[in-house]
Design a protein around this ligand. Sequence first.
Ligand code: YXS
Length: 259
Amino acid sequence: MSLTIIEAQDAIGTIVMNHLQKHNALSGALIAEITTALDSFRAQNIRAVVLRAPAGVKVWSAGHDVSELPEGGRDPLGWNDPLRVLVRAIQEFPAPVIALIEGGVWGGGCEVAMACDILVAAPGVTFAITPAKLGVPYNIGGILTLMNMIPLPVAKEMLFTAQPIPASQALNLGMINYIQPAEAIETFVHGLAAHIVANSPLSIAVMKEELRLLASAHAMTPELFERIQGLRRVVYDSTDYQEGLLAFREKRPPRFNGS
Ligand code: YXS
Protein backbone atom coordinates (compact mmCIF):
# COMPACT_ATOMS: atom_id res chain seq x y z
CA MET A 1 0.00 0.00 0.00
CA SER A 2 1.45 3.38 -1.00
CA LEU A 3 2.38 5.79 1.76
CA THR A 4 2.03 8.85 -0.48
CA ILE A 5 -0.35 10.34 -3.04
CA ILE A 6 1.53 11.87 -5.97
CA GLU A 7 -0.01 14.25 -8.51
CA ALA A 8 1.40 16.45 -11.27
CA GLN A 9 -0.58 19.05 -13.22
CA ASP A 10 0.29 22.29 -14.97
CA ALA A 11 3.99 22.00 -14.00
CA ILE A 12 3.03 21.75 -10.30
CA GLY A 13 3.81 18.49 -8.50
CA THR A 14 2.06 17.52 -5.28
CA ILE A 15 3.32 14.97 -2.74
CA VAL A 16 0.83 14.03 -0.02
CA MET A 17 2.45 12.15 2.88
CA ASN A 18 -0.28 9.65 3.69
CA HIS A 19 0.98 7.21 6.34
CA LEU A 20 -1.64 8.27 8.86
CA GLN A 21 -1.37 5.20 11.11
CA LYS A 22 2.09 6.43 12.16
CA HIS A 23 1.35 10.15 11.75
CA ASN A 24 3.67 10.33 8.73
CA ALA A 25 6.65 9.21 10.79
CA LEU A 26 9.56 9.57 8.38
CA SER A 27 10.37 5.91 7.80
CA GLY A 28 12.78 4.76 5.11
CA ALA A 29 9.77 3.55 3.11
CA LEU A 30 7.90 6.87 3.25
CA ILE A 31 11.09 8.79 2.46
CA ALA A 32 11.83 6.52 -0.50
CA GLU A 33 8.42 7.31 -1.98
CA ILE A 34 8.96 11.04 -1.53
CA THR A 35 12.43 11.03 -3.09
CA THR A 36 11.20 8.85 -5.96
CA ALA A 37 8.43 11.36 -6.60
CA LEU A 38 10.96 14.20 -6.61
CA ASP A 39 13.09 12.29 -9.14
CA SER A 40 10.02 11.82 -11.32
CA PHE A 41 9.12 15.51 -11.00
CA ARG A 42 12.67 16.46 -12.04
CA ALA A 43 12.31 14.30 -15.17
CA GLN A 44 8.97 15.99 -15.94
CA ASN A 45 10.48 19.48 -15.52
CA ILE A 46 8.04 20.25 -12.73
CA ARG A 47 8.46 23.92 -11.76
CA ALA A 48 6.98 23.93 -8.26
CA VAL A 49 6.32 21.17 -5.70
CA VAL A 50 3.80 21.13 -2.87
CA LEU A 51 4.65 18.83 0.06
CA ARG A 52 1.70 18.20 2.37
CA ALA A 53 -0.34 15.75 4.40
CA PRO A 54 -4.05 15.08 3.78
CA ALA A 55 -6.34 18.03 4.55
CA GLY A 56 -7.36 18.27 8.18
CA VAL A 57 -4.66 16.03 9.68
CA LYS A 58 -3.82 16.28 13.39
CA VAL A 59 -0.11 15.60 12.67
CA TRP A 60 1.77 16.75 9.52
CA SER A 61 4.73 14.54 10.42
CA ALA A 62 5.77 12.88 13.68
CA GLY A 63 9.42 13.14 12.67
CA HIS A 64 12.03 10.43 12.21
CA ASP A 65 10.57 6.93 12.56
CA VAL A 66 11.88 6.19 16.05
CA SER A 67 11.62 2.44 15.43
CA GLU A 68 14.26 2.86 12.71
CA LEU A 69 16.78 4.73 14.84
CA PRO A 70 19.90 2.62 15.55
CA GLU A 71 20.09 1.09 19.03
CA GLY A 72 23.28 3.00 19.90
CA GLY A 73 26.96 2.92 19.05
CA ARG A 74 26.21 4.44 15.65
CA ASP A 75 25.37 7.97 14.54
CA PRO A 76 21.54 7.99 14.28
CA LEU A 77 21.61 10.90 11.86
CA GLY A 78 24.56 10.11 9.63
CA TRP A 79 24.96 11.25 6.04
CA ASN A 80 23.08 8.27 4.60
CA ASP A 81 20.25 8.28 7.14
CA PRO A 82 17.01 8.47 5.10
CA LEU A 83 15.96 11.69 6.86
CA ARG A 84 19.22 13.36 5.87
CA VAL A 85 18.80 12.05 2.31
CA LEU A 86 15.29 13.56 2.17
CA VAL A 87 16.39 16.94 3.53
CA ARG A 88 19.12 17.16 0.87
CA ALA A 89 16.73 15.99 -1.87
CA ILE A 90 14.36 18.85 -1.04
CA GLN A 91 17.14 21.42 -0.72
CA GLU A 92 18.77 20.31 -3.99
CA PHE A 93 15.55 19.95 -6.01
CA PRO A 94 15.87 22.45 -8.89
CA ALA A 95 12.52 24.14 -8.25
CA PRO A 96 10.82 25.59 -5.18
CA VAL A 97 9.21 23.16 -2.73
CA ILE A 98 6.30 24.67 -0.82
CA ALA A 99 5.35 23.07 2.50
CA LEU A 100 1.57 23.15 3.00
CA ILE A 101 1.33 22.44 6.71
CA GLU A 102 -1.63 21.39 8.84
CA GLY A 103 -1.36 19.71 12.23
CA GLY A 104 1.65 19.17 14.46
CA VAL A 105 5.20 19.01 13.09
CA TRP A 106 7.62 17.01 15.27
CA GLY A 107 11.36 16.45 15.37
CA GLY A 108 12.81 15.64 11.98
CA GLY A 109 9.46 16.69 10.49
CA CYS A 110 10.45 20.25 11.37
CA GLU A 111 13.71 19.78 9.51
CA VAL A 112 11.86 18.50 6.45
CA ALA A 113 9.47 21.45 6.61
CA MET A 114 12.37 23.88 7.05
CA ALA A 115 14.21 22.29 4.12
CA CYS A 116 11.31 23.49 1.98
CA ASP A 117 11.63 26.88 0.32
CA ILE A 118 8.29 28.41 1.30
CA LEU A 119 6.19 27.37 4.30
CA VAL A 120 2.44 28.02 4.58
CA ALA A 121 0.72 26.84 7.75
CA ALA A 122 -2.84 26.60 9.00
CA PRO A 123 -3.58 28.44 12.28
CA GLY A 124 -3.43 25.39 14.59
CA VAL A 125 -0.01 24.24 13.41
CA THR A 126 2.77 23.70 15.97
CA PHE A 127 6.48 22.99 15.56
CA ALA A 128 8.46 20.94 18.11
CA ILE A 129 12.13 20.00 17.77
CA THR A 130 12.56 17.05 20.09
CA PRO A 131 16.04 15.42 20.06
CA ALA A 132 16.47 16.33 23.74
CA LYS A 133 13.27 14.43 24.57
CA LEU A 134 14.72 11.27 23.06
CA GLY A 135 18.37 11.74 23.99
CA VAL A 136 19.34 12.06 20.33
CA PRO A 137 22.50 13.95 19.25
CA TYR A 138 21.15 16.44 16.74
CA ASN A 139 23.35 16.67 13.66
CA ILE A 140 25.04 19.91 12.63
CA GLY A 141 23.11 20.06 9.34
CA GLY A 142 19.92 20.32 11.37
CA ILE A 143 21.49 22.81 13.76
CA LEU A 144 22.64 24.99 10.83
CA THR A 145 19.18 24.85 9.22
CA LEU A 146 17.74 26.09 12.50
CA MET A 147 20.37 28.82 12.90
CA ASN A 148 19.56 30.05 9.39
CA MET A 149 15.83 30.10 10.11
CA ILE A 150 15.37 31.60 13.57
CA PRO A 151 17.27 33.69 16.14
CA LEU A 152 19.69 31.75 18.38
CA PRO A 153 17.77 32.27 21.67
CA VAL A 154 14.63 30.78 20.10
CA ALA A 155 16.60 27.92 18.51
CA LYS A 156 18.06 27.16 21.94
CA GLU A 157 14.62 27.30 23.59
CA MET A 158 13.15 24.90 21.00
CA LEU A 159 16.10 22.49 21.27
CA PHE A 160 16.45 22.61 25.07
CA THR A 161 12.73 22.47 25.99
CA ALA A 162 11.55 20.22 23.08
CA GLN A 163 8.25 22.04 23.48
CA PRO A 164 6.03 23.02 20.51
CA ILE A 165 5.81 26.62 19.33
CA PRO A 166 2.60 27.84 17.65
CA ALA A 167 2.32 28.92 14.01
CA SER A 168 1.76 32.51 15.18
CA GLN A 169 5.21 32.57 16.81
CA ALA A 170 6.78 30.83 13.81
CA LEU A 171 5.29 33.54 11.57
CA ASN A 172 6.60 36.33 13.82
CA LEU A 173 10.04 34.71 13.67
CA GLY A 174 9.97 34.49 9.89
CA MET A 175 10.22 30.69 10.12
CA ILE A 176 7.06 30.38 7.99
CA ASN A 177 5.87 32.68 5.22
CA TYR A 178 2.11 32.71 5.81
CA ILE A 179 -0.70 31.47 8.03
CA GLN A 180 -3.84 30.68 6.03
CA PRO A 181 -7.21 29.35 7.22
CA ALA A 182 -7.58 25.60 6.61
CA GLU A 183 -10.39 26.19 4.14
CA ALA A 184 -8.28 28.57 2.04
CA ILE A 185 -4.74 27.19 2.40
CA GLU A 186 -4.78 24.87 -0.63
CA THR A 187 -5.99 27.58 -3.01
CA PHE A 188 -3.49 30.03 -1.52
CA VAL A 189 -0.55 27.63 -1.94
CA HIS A 190 -1.54 26.84 -5.53
CA GLY A 191 -1.71 30.56 -6.22
CA LEU A 192 1.89 30.90 -4.99
CA ALA A 193 2.93 27.91 -7.09
CA ALA A 194 1.24 29.42 -10.17
CA HIS A 195 3.28 32.62 -9.78
CA ILE A 196 6.46 30.53 -9.57
CA VAL A 197 5.54 28.37 -12.57
CA ALA A 198 5.01 31.50 -14.70
CA ASN A 199 8.58 32.68 -14.03
CA SER A 200 11.90 31.50 -15.47
CA PRO A 201 12.64 27.99 -14.17
CA LEU A 202 16.36 28.35 -14.91
CA SER A 203 16.66 31.64 -13.07
CA ILE A 204 14.77 30.22 -10.08
CA ALA A 205 16.76 26.96 -10.03
CA VAL A 206 20.06 28.86 -10.04
CA MET A 207 18.94 31.30 -7.34
CA LYS A 208 17.71 28.41 -5.17
CA GLU A 209 21.10 26.67 -5.48
CA GLU A 210 23.00 29.93 -4.87
CA LEU A 211 21.01 30.47 -1.67
CA ARG A 212 21.63 26.86 -0.56
CA LEU A 213 25.38 27.11 -1.17
CA LEU A 214 25.73 30.48 0.55
CA ALA A 215 23.52 29.49 3.51
CA SER A 216 25.72 26.42 4.13
CA ALA A 217 29.02 28.22 3.50
CA HIS A 218 30.68 27.84 6.89
CA ALA A 219 34.38 27.16 7.48
CA MET A 220 34.81 23.76 9.14
CA THR A 221 38.34 22.97 10.26
CA PRO A 222 39.33 19.30 10.80
CA GLU A 223 39.63 20.05 14.51
CA LEU A 224 36.13 21.56 14.61
CA PHE A 225 34.70 18.58 12.70
CA GLU A 226 36.39 16.03 14.94
CA ARG A 227 35.38 17.93 18.10
CA ILE A 228 31.72 17.97 17.04
CA GLN A 229 31.76 14.29 16.02
CA GLY A 230 33.37 13.41 19.34
CA LEU A 231 30.69 15.35 21.23
CA ARG A 232 27.89 13.66 19.30
CA ARG A 233 29.40 10.20 19.89
CA VAL A 234 29.22 10.80 23.63
CA VAL A 235 25.45 11.15 23.20
CA TYR A 236 24.69 8.24 20.89
CA ASP A 237 26.97 5.97 22.97
CA SER A 238 25.18 7.02 26.16
CA THR A 239 22.72 5.10 28.30
CA ASP A 240 20.49 8.18 28.08
CA TYR A 241 20.12 7.57 24.30
CA GLN A 242 19.11 3.98 25.06
CA GLU A 243 16.67 5.23 27.72
CA GLY A 244 15.13 7.73 25.29
CA LEU A 245 14.40 5.00 22.74
CA LEU A 246 13.13 2.57 25.39
CA ALA A 247 10.85 5.18 26.98
CA PHE A 248 9.36 5.96 23.56
CA ARG A 249 8.70 2.28 22.92
CA GLU A 250 7.22 1.83 26.39
CA LYS A 251 5.14 5.02 25.96
CA ARG A 252 6.41 6.52 29.20
CA PRO A 253 8.38 9.66 30.12
CA PRO A 254 12.15 9.07 29.88
CA ARG A 255 14.31 9.11 33.04
CA PHE A 256 17.67 10.59 31.96
CA ASN A 257 20.64 10.38 34.36
CA GLY A 258 23.21 12.26 32.28
CA SER A 259 25.40 9.28 31.41
O1 YXS B 1 1.28 2.54 19.33
P1 YXS B 1 1.15 2.39 17.84
O2 YXS B 1 1.81 1.17 17.29
O3 YXS B 1 -0.26 2.64 17.33
O4 YXS B 1 2.03 3.60 17.17
C1 YXS B 1 1.75 4.92 17.58
C2 YXS B 1 3.09 5.63 17.72
O5 YXS B 1 4.09 4.82 18.30
C3 YXS B 1 3.41 5.91 16.28
N1 YXS B 1 4.36 7.01 16.16
C4 YXS B 1 5.63 6.87 15.76
N2 YXS B 1 6.31 5.78 15.37
C5 YXS B 1 7.62 5.98 15.03
N3 YXS B 1 8.23 7.18 15.07
C6 YXS B 1 7.56 8.29 15.43
N4 YXS B 1 8.17 9.47 15.41
C7 YXS B 1 6.19 8.16 15.80
N5 YXS B 1 5.23 9.02 16.25
C8 YXS B 1 4.13 8.29 16.45
O6 YXS B 1 2.19 6.25 15.67
C9 YXS B 1 1.10 5.62 16.40
C10 YXS B 1 0.11 6.68 16.84
O7 YXS B 1 0.86 7.55 17.70
P2 YXS B 1 0.19 8.06 19.09
O8 YXS B 1 -0.65 6.99 19.66
O9 YXS B 1 1.32 8.57 19.92
O10 YXS B 1 -0.71 9.27 18.54
P3 YXS B 1 -1.16 10.55 19.35
O11 YXS B 1 -2.17 11.21 18.47
O12 YXS B 1 -1.51 10.16 20.74
O13 YXS B 1 0.13 11.49 19.45
C11 YXS B 1 0.66 12.05 18.26
C12 YXS B 1 2.09 12.56 18.59
C13 YXS B 1 2.76 12.99 17.27
C14 YXS B 1 2.00 13.75 19.56
C15 YXS B 1 2.87 11.40 19.24
O14 YXS B 1 2.78 10.27 18.38
C16 YXS B 1 4.31 11.74 19.42
O15 YXS B 1 4.69 12.48 20.33
N6 YXS B 1 5.17 11.17 18.51
C17 YXS B 1 6.62 11.40 18.63
C18 YXS B 1 6.98 12.81 18.15
C19 YXS B 1 8.50 12.98 18.25
O16 YXS B 1 9.02 13.17 19.35
N7 YXS B 1 9.17 12.87 17.11
C20 YXS B 1 10.68 12.96 17.08
C21 YXS B 1 11.21 11.62 16.58
S1 YXS B 1 12.99 11.64 16.63
C22 YXS B 1 13.42 12.67 15.36
O17 YXS B 1 12.58 13.14 14.61
C23 YXS B 1 14.84 12.97 15.14
C24 YXS B 1 15.77 11.83 15.46
S2 YXS B 1 15.29 14.37 16.13
O18 YXS B 1 14.92 13.96 17.49
O19 YXS B 1 16.71 14.53 15.97
O20 YXS B 1 14.50 15.43 15.65
